[in-house]
Design a protein around this ligand. Structure first.
Ligand code: ATR
Length: 271
């Protein structure tokens, strides 16, 4: 029997997840179906109930339901607890197991696809909203020197609470990034703000990238002002398409116990 999965969001029409999971299933020979479901804004819990009754095995959750998914889960992984958000649910009889694969997806994309190990790098994470929460803990565990910059500094302090106290994480507001001595320029800057959606540029100063630095925008599908800025500053630029595929691969692994090969899927989506 075909096992049923879905992605739930609102809106969800744009989601590439069905295409990604179809490619994973073909590649690994797994017999699954995967569809998009737009839940009413006040109907997430009812949608989950319906899926469970209909025998679905799990689902991905996207905007704006990741926090509701966190609340609905009867068991949470450590990384979901830290993220305060769930993007992957697995239905196991009475249990609803919540996980968050976004951070693992980001780390995997940077280290394995872009081939830039995080260990020993100076990494700046921009933002302290939902997208940043999702990746903070996995990112903080890779041996990088991590700094966070956010417009509202109190949000950044709140966000780092679940981090291990032994990890020294610096917190900045944007004004503190100027002037930046050579010794503290960043090897990797990750944009987890919502500025790509509004075509704004976070107020980063020039000269913030170390030589050979990577600028990573968690957005995909368009060139954001941050990407343009980074290119002009001589940085290598990556969008969030690799992260999208990697977080899906991690979800597929949670459900199926099989890890798909992401490279051909990323290449197909780019093409
Ligand atoms: P998301 O779920 O996409 O992360 P969010 O939770 O609303 O959305 O968070 C948006 C993030 O982008 C926040 O960190 C926000 O900064 P504040 O915490 O100060 O609000 C950041 N952000 C939004 N617009 C920005 C801008 N113009 N410059 C810098 N940061 C911005």
């Amino acid at each position: 029997m075909t096992d049923k999965y879905a992605v739930i969001g609102n809106p969800v029409a744009h989601s590439k997840s069905p295409l990604i999971h179809k490619m994973f299933a073909e590649q690994t020979g797994q017999d699954i179906s995967y569809e998009k479901i737009e839940a009413p804004l006040d109907g997430f819990a009812a949608t989950i109930e319906r899926l469970r009754k209909d025998g679905y095995k799990g689902c991905n959750v996207t905007v704006p339901f990741k926090f509701e998914a966190f609340n609905i889960a009867t068991e949470l992984s450590k990384r979901a607890q830290a993220a305060k958000a769930v993007n992957t649910l697995k239905f196991d009889n009475e249990k609803i197991i919540g996980d968050n694969t976004d951070g693992a997806g980001l780390v995997h994309d940077i280290e394995c696809n872009i081939e830039m190990p995080l260990k020993g790098k100076r990494v700046l994470l921009m933002g302290a909203g939902g997208a940043a929460y999702g990746v903070l803990v996995p990112l903080s565990q890779r041996g990088a020197g991590l700094a966070i910059v956010n417009r509202t500094i109190a949000n950044a302090w709140e966000m780092i609470k679940p981090c291990d106290a032994s990890q020294l994480i610096s917190i900045y507001d944007y004004s503190q990034l100027v002037p930046l001595p050579n010794s503290i320029r960043f090897n990797i800057i990750i944009n987890a703000t919502s500025t790509g959606l509004t075509d704004e540029m976070p107020p980063l100063p020039s000269g913030i990238f170390a030589p050979g630095a990577l600028a990573y925008d968690m957005m995909y599908g368009r060139e954001t002002p941050f990407m343009k800025f980074a290119r002009a500053q001589g940085a290598q630029v990556a969008d969030g398409l690799g992260m999208l595929v990697e977080q899906a691969a991690e979800a597929f692994y949670i459900w199926r116990g099989v890890r798909p090969d992401t490279a051909p899927v990323i290449a197909a989506l780019r093409a």
